[in-house]
Design a protein around this ligand. Sequence first.
Ligand code: FMN
Length: 326
Amino acid sequence: MKTIFDKTKIKNLKLKNRLFRSATWEALADADGHFDEEIYNIYDALAAGGVDCIISGFTSVSDDDRYFGGMARLSNDGLIAEHTRLTDIVHRNDIPIIAQLALGEYQNKEIDELTENDIDTIREMFVSAADRAVLAGYDGVQIHAAHGFFLSRYISPAHNRRANPEQLIIDIAKAVRERHPELHITMKINSSDFMYGGLDENGSMRICLACAPYLDSIEVSGNGTSVGGIKAGVNEAYFKCFALALAEKVDIPVILVGGHRSIDNMNNVLNEGKIEYLSLSRPLIREPDLINRWLRGKCSPAKCVSCNMCYRTPAHKCIFKLRGIE
Ligand SMILES: Cc1cc2nc3c(=O)[nH]c(=O)nc-3n(C[C@H](O)[C@H](O)[C@H](O)COP(=O)(O)O)c2cc1C
């Protein structure tokens, strides 16, 4: 029997349970990627709150990427010191941290307009950002190929007609692994775009199987990622079917994100098949110490009601907490 509280290890990551903090954009960087002080408090609270590992909010590999406001960046060496401060804060709590490397847009170009030269440049931007992540003390990098970001569009037939579009992800992962063999390399991918003519589950499975030999884990998500109105025991773990099928076919751990709210449901998911890890975002915005609360024996489900107001508040805080509602 697996439980969420099992201690495990994946490659260089020593994990005190099976619960990751899934990447969560805090919108706490200025246009050049410099952090607001508040970000350090958020990561300190998260790191002390019981998760086994933190995946950072999306961190652009490009100086010019304006896809979202407040994006963190690892796009030039001048940003390394601030990221080092962040990883130090997390490491003080004896847990690892992974940088989610992302590209939103590249020079406002549609994917069909990209030249081979552009694609080489994009690959090199990811690899250089991974170099900086290592210098800043991150324990791993996550290649963000989900949620409408560039790489998820690149691997989607709705946006890209090239054969074998996954080759770009493979080339990034191979280059990073060659340079940093000890680094944990993971990928977040859509199980489906849920879009007519887009990446469906068969396509995503094909891409996951092609990329898996170059990765240390895969996190399964999907477009429309933050489903509203999740209720414990009713509609949790909404991308579970794909993750279960994937976990049967790959030799690396599968991490499942999306709608985990209760201990019972999470333990059931772990024991239904070969999914090894679960990751959470919104519940930890509401309760950064959720996992420690559960460890203290207060085992009621996460308080998060999945209202998604956190997308609209400053620093993406929980609206209930901002209004003083416990
Ligand atoms: C405010 C907010 C910011 C998010 N930022 C990111 C991000 O930077 N990268 C990412 O891959 N997913 C991001 N997500 C999606 C979450 O990682 C997660 O996949 C989704 O919310 C479902 O998990 P949950 O039910 O535990 O919240 C974000 C979600 C929220 C609510």
